[in-house]
Design a protein around this ligand. Sequence first.
Ligand code: ADP
Ligand code: MG
Length: 155
Amino acid sequence: MKTIQLTLKNEKETLAFGEKLASLLKPSDIIVLTGDLGAGKTKLTEGILRYFGLSDEISSPTFTIVNEYHSDFCPIYHFDVYRLEDSSEFLEIGGEEYFEKGICIIEWGEMISDILPKDYIHIIFDKEDTDENIRKLKITSYGNKLDCYLERILS
Ligand code: ADP
Ligand code: MG
């Protein structure tokens, strides 16, 4: 486990960070995103999808639970599990089967941390009171397989 902090000054920097993160990802990697409404979870996802050449006008999967995107590299699954009761509901919709198939980005994924594989990246977004465009990110790698991603994010 490793934790780093990052400050993103505006939406453009969040998109650029999403692209950088995407360049490190492999199929079956999991990214969990946590933060209030408007924190930038979907914006970051947009940056990840952009790296893979996928549409940059994405919708939040709040009502559908999962949106699927198909890049040449591997499928990308964008979840929002906020509306689920608990992890058993995630299992009921077959959520676990996505983990092996491609890259999973899971908004509010810590709500289902009991059934997540041991290796994943958790990103917590905080807004700043002083500037509506600044986001402070706390990025933690669980397990140790993905610790190297955090080193590469800082490099
Ligand atoms: P969430 O998915 O967390 O609810 P969104 O990504 O949908 O949030 O929305 C973030 C909103 O905040 C967008 O309207 C975006 O333009 C704005 N914004 C301002 N500054 C930033 C920043 N640094 N990073 C991400 N979004 C930002
Ligand atoms: Mg969202």
